[in-house]
Design a protein around this ligand. Structure first.
Ligand code: GLU
Ligand code: ZN
Length: 491
């Protein structure tokens, strides 16, 4: 059921490089918004000056654009709740903090780190809950004056209600958190800087977010945010309603450990550099917690958008499987329009990735071979090794291939093949007939007969269909390479 009132947000902190976990979160929010014809808000949570960087901010925008995950409000597009970078909204948060203090939903906490540590240790030793103990909830005027004389700089702490918080998670069902497990928490640092714990729900309230879809790692902050929402409603910040929450399952990496941002496998840039298609990567990432149907792994983003419902997200941890990710990508490559495939490979074929000089790239040769390459690559960067024989003066010789293909008698076979190829008409069928005939003269089946020819001409035992490759390479270069192989065999 479409619901144009849906407002979701993707709100990363600009630290480090974008990673696949973040992309999965962005994707699910985007698909949910698009499914409902609702709004995706892109907000930058850059309140931690020590960790955030402009470079990372640029990378986030670039990643979203590359992925094709468009947003309706946020950086560059603006919107009714601008600005969408939290670093530009500080006054607003300070104002809300002041209101919370005034209404008694928050209080100044003067405890020093040492005092907090000490009490936490003692609570632990006594087997009691070790969160903040509420000491500063009621600080009388006298004690306050003393703290101020001691020049203690207080933080602002939110007063959690003394009752359980219950909400219905869209993925996990009803969840209840008891007060012992959700102590009062800091919302403004001693230096006056508002914290994530405050600014995230404040912005969700002000931006009228209806659904919060985010990773399970944030589940423990949800009861605090629910309580904060209720307080915000009381002081008239936002429209008074609390969004629904859906926590997306953990993504597990190698050895059943949570996939971490630091895991090389998790860096989005890596997938871009290897030449994953956005549709292939997103298709795979969508399967981390969701599926279109039991018997259809491969689908387009349009199909995902049409079918996506957060209620179908599975609460169980998902396993990140690079092999499957690659297989799905290969499938998407095979489904491309041939012209689009040829164009998409061009950045890899025109230096600096390639091992030939850029001016050796030959567009006509590429156009002719591309249709034969499309079914053979998993990621676009695979293309260079498949077609380098066309653009190098001499084939890149793989020694293992040479040893494997060049057996006793290979020189005789190559000489016969050369003679027949010199006479053949130059098209794939005729080339094949020439190699078949050469093999027959030496009592070799086609597979055995073509191996030395392939290695002589392309340098490797595996590659694109041989006869089409030779047709594109041309007679002259083919014969020259066979001659060079014969010379090497003659040693
Ligand atoms: N900036 C937070 C993060 O990247 C967002 C958390 C949320 O979605 O609420 O972890
Ligand atoms: Zn305190």
């Amino acid at each position: 059921m479409a619901n144009a009132n849906v407002r979701v947000r993707f709100c990363p902190s600009p630290t480090g490089n974008p990673h696949v976990g973040l992309v999965r979160t962005a994707l699910f929010n985007w698909a949910f918004a698009r499914h409902h014809g609702g709004t995706l808000v892109f907000r930058i949570e850059d309140t931690d000056a020590a960790r955030d960087s402009e470079e990372s901010y640029e990378q986030l925008l670039d990643a979203m654009r590359w992925l094709g995950l468009d947003w309706d409000e946020g950086p560059e597009v603006g919107g009714p709740h601008a600005p969408y970078r939290q670093s530009q909204r500080m006054d607003l948060y300070k104002d809300v903090a002041a209101k919370l203090l005034e209404a008694g939903h928050a209080y100044y906490c003067y405890c020093t780190t040492e005092e907090l540590d000490e009490r936490r240790e003692a609570a632990r030793a006594a087997g009691k809950p070790s969160g903040y103990d509420g000491k500063c909830r009621e600080v009388g005027a006298e004690l306050k004056a003393q703290y101020e004389r001691e020049d203690r700089k207080p933080i602002v702490r939110f007063r959690m209600p003394d009752e359980a918080i219950t909400f219905t998670d869209l993925v996990r069902g009803e969840l209840t958190f008891t007060p012992e497990n959700v102590p009062d928490f800091g919302i403004v640092r001693a230096n006056g800087a508002p914290l994530y714990t405050l600014v995230n729900p404040v912005d969700d309230a002000l931006m009228e977010i209806t659904h919060v879809l985010r990773g399970e790692d944030l589940l423990s902050s949800t009861p605090r945010q629910v309580a904060l929402y209720r307080a915000l409603a009381q002081i008239g910040v936002g429209n008074g309603s609390t969004p629904s929450f859906g926590h997306l399952p953990y993504v597990m990496g190698e050895g059943n450990k949570k996939l971490s941002k630091r895991d090389p496998q998790s860096s989005l840039n890596l997938y871009r550099e290897r030449g994953f298609l956005r549709e292939g990567l997103l298709n795979y990432l969508s399967l981390l917690g969701w599926s279109l149907s039991a018997d259809q792994d491969i689908f387009t983003m349009d199909e995902m958008v049409a079918a996506f419902d957060v209620k179908d997200v599975n609460a169980n941890p998902a396993r990140f499987d690079l092999k499957k990710c690659e297989a799905i990508n290969a499938d998407h490559i095979r489904r491309m329009d041939p012209k689009a495939f040829a164009d998409a490979c061009t950045p890899w074929l025109r230096a600096p990735h390639a091992n030939w000089a850029p001016e050796k790239f030959d567009q006509a040769a590429w156009d002719a071979i591309a249709p034969h390459a499309q079914t053979r690559v998993t990621v676009l960067s695979d293309i260079t090794a498949n077609v380098d024989f066309l653009f190098l003066d001499e084939p890149a010789r793989d020694e293992a291939s040479w040893t494997k293909a060049m057996k006793e008698g290979s020189d005789a076979l190559l000489r016969t093949a050369r003679a027949k190829l010199a006479e053949a008409e130059w098209n794939a069928d005729a080339i094949k007939a020439a190699v078949v005939a050469a093999g027959e003269e030496h009592g070799l089946k086609l597979g055995k007969a073509q191996a030395p020819v392939r290695v002589a001409v392309t340098g490797r035992t595996v590659g694109l269909p041989l006869f089409e490759s030779l047709e594109v390479l041309g007679r002259e270069r083919t014969l020259t390479r066979i001659d060079a192989a014969l010379a090497k065999l003659a040693g």
